[in-house]
Design a binder for this molecule. Sequence first.
Ligand code: COA
Ligand code: NAP
Length: 271
Amino acid sequence: MDFSGKTVVVIGGTSGINRGIAEAFAASGAKLAVASRSQEKVDDTVAALKAAGAQEAIGAAFDVRDAEAVAAGLKGFHDAFGDFDVLVSGAAGNFPALAAEMSINAFKTVIDIDLMGTIHVMKGAYDFLRRPGASIINISAPQSYLPYEGQSHVCAAKAGVDQITRTLSMEWGLEGIRVNSVVPGFIEGTEGAKRLAPTPDAEEKFKRDVPLGRWGQPQDVANACLFLGSDLAGYISGTVLAVDGALYQRGSGRPGQMIGQMLRSMSKGSN
Ligand code: COA
Ligand code: NAP
């Protein structure tokens, strides 16, 4: 893949899966702009992207819950690099919590980051997208279509993200903008996976549920994003692409129940 001369923006691109995506585009010669809340993580990532081969790399610190800050940050990226060829929106928050036990603010926090954050990013970038040709990739999760106990907030938020993908693929498709979602399965060594499978035993059981018999790597997700960002995917829009080792084929399976069981045993222990 050759992305030299292309501008790639990765929101939430300073750790884990999204940073892997940013690094893959950097290694393909793109100009990279990344953002997240922590200036320290942004600075560290910008340095790594330059080392990985980015034509140029810049970053900004903002919270996706703040629509004005997102719009200002994206304008700064546009002032520096011009129209965006690829926009990856992947900022997210997650913690395991049973609905009966989490506060309304806890539920809303995840909705605000994952769902509202996605529309803030997409609308903030709208004026700056290359027409025709831009590719938007929203990073979703299996919770979008698989109910997992202890994940009602994430399930609601990510289902919303994928419906935004589908709807805006129609509205913005008219302007030559493609919109897709990528659904990573369990990706090894990442914060999201650690939060849902916090023990070696849970990790092992989750892994057994994946038909391909292994957890994914950040590079697996990055490869899908390189494809969706490229002209090879020029007629693909409105798709929700699972990069999950066929995890989805097993339905909610063990992960769907284990997070709830873990939380219930913890709350019994604390009584
Ligand atoms: N269980 C139940 N409620 C929780 C919780 C948990 N494990 N963690 C946080 N909350 C609640 C808080 O109590 C608070 O609700 P309250 O005001 O009613 O007490 C609400 O969620 C917001 O928490 P706060 O710590 O103020 O949020 P924040 O904005 O500082 O951080 C999080 C957002 C909670 C999502 C934080 O985990 C985060 O920054 N995550 C980013 C990294 C991540 O989640 N990576 C995985 C991606 S899949
Ligand atoms: P991660 O390492 O915690 O990455 C989250 C990124 O988003 C970080 O760069 C974080 O940086 C940023 N971020 C978080 N909240 C933000 C906010 N309010 N505003 C701006 N930036 C924010 O998580 P990950 O596990 O790699 O997950 C990445 C994506 O993949 C998420 O969308 C997640 O839902 C999805 N996913 C993950 C898995 C998995 O196995 N890990 C599986 C399915 C889907 P700051 O802390 O600096 O803000």
